[in-house]
Design a protein around this ligand. Structure first.
Ligand code: A3P
Length: 288
């Protein structure tokens, strides 16, 4: 019993790192930069963690009837949570390197931030935020869909609801637990941004983290099927910042975006392209 209780307590008190964000927000780049650090291991997406968390949330947390059935069977919510925490830890522990600090990156993990915080109160969350228009544009590119505004709007809708939930949860767990990192800032000012991430994680910064591309295939393991593999092999570049601006989708409708994607404004992304901070910074950097 003692052994099992010690195991439980070290699992629940572990200082895990979870990285997430709406897909195409630079989550792979962030995990690659952390993987360069010799005390941290994130590895490829686990896939199974958001699946499990989605199942638990749907099956039990949003379904009082099932929960009552469990309690009647003498499985208390507290014990269910412990079992889920052990499952998550075990996946992360056996995922790759048995390093000091375990990390998992799956874009959808942040839907479950409050719950993960309850399971692992010492875990930290890195929330990658990116302009929703750029993520929607990137999704269209990746899925080879028609580059039309009608399609883009669908992704903007899911970006808006993801961001609403992630921002709310990030604020509720507080600034010591959740850090919002903008993709735009990461690529425009990598050193400053990585330094702030490492300070948030209470880890040292190493110059090697500015050259993640040198470690791909070594400390940075790739899964054959992830979309960002080719991009992650390159040093940090700026081109993706402005692709959606330079070659806009057909019939881009600024007024429609303004009325239907309020999270852009909430996250300080101007609807007016010329007022966008990162576009200005990009132009200054590029001399254009
Ligand atoms: P684009 O598709 O707009 O190019 P995620 O890993 O969360 O899915 O995010 C993918 C985005 O991260 C891609 O956006 C990609 O360009 C960007 N990214 C990946 N590696 C990068 C690098 N080395 N430098 C700059 N951006 C990178």
């Amino acid at each position: 019993n003692r052994l099992y209780e010690d195991l439980e307590s070290s699992v629940f008190n572990s200082n895990l790192i979870f990285i997430g964000g709406y897909p195409r927000s630079g989550t792979t780049l962030m995990r690659a930069i952390l993987d360069v650090h010799n005390a941290i291991y994130c590895g490829p997406e686990t896939r199974v963690l958001p699946m499990l968390l989605g199942f638990v949330q749907q099956k039990f947390m949003r379904n009082p009837h099932e929960l009552i059935e469990l309690i009647n069977a003498n499985i208390k919510l507290e014990n269910l949570n412990k079992a889920i925490a052990l499952f998550i830890y075990s996946i992360m522990y056996n995922h790759g390197e048995k390093v000091v600090r375990l990390c998992a990156k799956d874009p959808d993990l942040l839907y479950y931030m409050n719950y993960l915080h309850e399971l692992f109160p010492k875990a930290k969350f890195v929330y990658m935020v990116r302009d929703g228009r750029a993520t929607a544009y990137s999704m269209l590119k990746q899925t080879s869909e028609k580059m039309t505004f009608v399609k883009m709007k669908q992704y903007l809708g899911t970006w808006n609801s993801f961001s609403t939930s992630a921002v709310r949860q990030c604020q509720s767990v507080g600034p010591n637990i959740c850090l919002m990192v903008r993709y735009e800032t990461l690529v425009l000012r990598p050193k400053e941004t990585i330094l702030s991430v490492m300070a948030f994680l209470n880890e040292s910064f190493s110059d090697e983290q500015l050259h993640h591309e040198k470690f791909v295939g070594q400390r940075i393991r790739l899964s054959d099927t992830e979309w960002s593999n080719d991009q992650i092999r390159k040093p940090i570049y700026l081109e993706s910042l402005v692709e959606w601006i330079k070659s806009p989708v057909q019939d881009y409708d600024k007024e429609m975006v303004e009325s239907s994607v309020p999270m852009l404004k909430a996250l300080n992304y101007s609807y007016d392209i010329d007022e966008l901070d990162y576009y200005r910074e990009y132009k200054t950097k590029n001399g254009t």
